[in-house]
Design a protein. Sequence first.
Length: 127
Amino acid sequence: MIDELMQRENYVLAKKLLDVSHTRQQALASNIANVETPGYKRIDIETNFDAQLRRAADQNDLKAIGDLEVRTVTDLNTPSVRPDGNNVQIDQELLQMQKNLMQYQFLTNYTSNSLSRLKTAITGRPS
């Protein structure tokens, strides 16, 4: 019964979104760490990942959501901001990091509250 609850759309989607947030945080941290590295090109999550996830969620295809692989790619479209070819803009990276942090906090709170309600339903006592 617990396995069935953990395979529901909201849990599968929240888990995948937490994976995305974690991978994006690693990419942003790498970008910030390399802001002064000559020739470094920023990295981020694949641009079409959000569309793939939205399509799978719209179709309620839990297997497709679970099977989506979160990958980082080099951003060659952002123009270089320095003569040495580095295209990291520290203000943009910090802004994206803050946005990612808020999304991650929302997802962890949502998941924690859902699990707390489930525990209350099972035990009859609030946690």
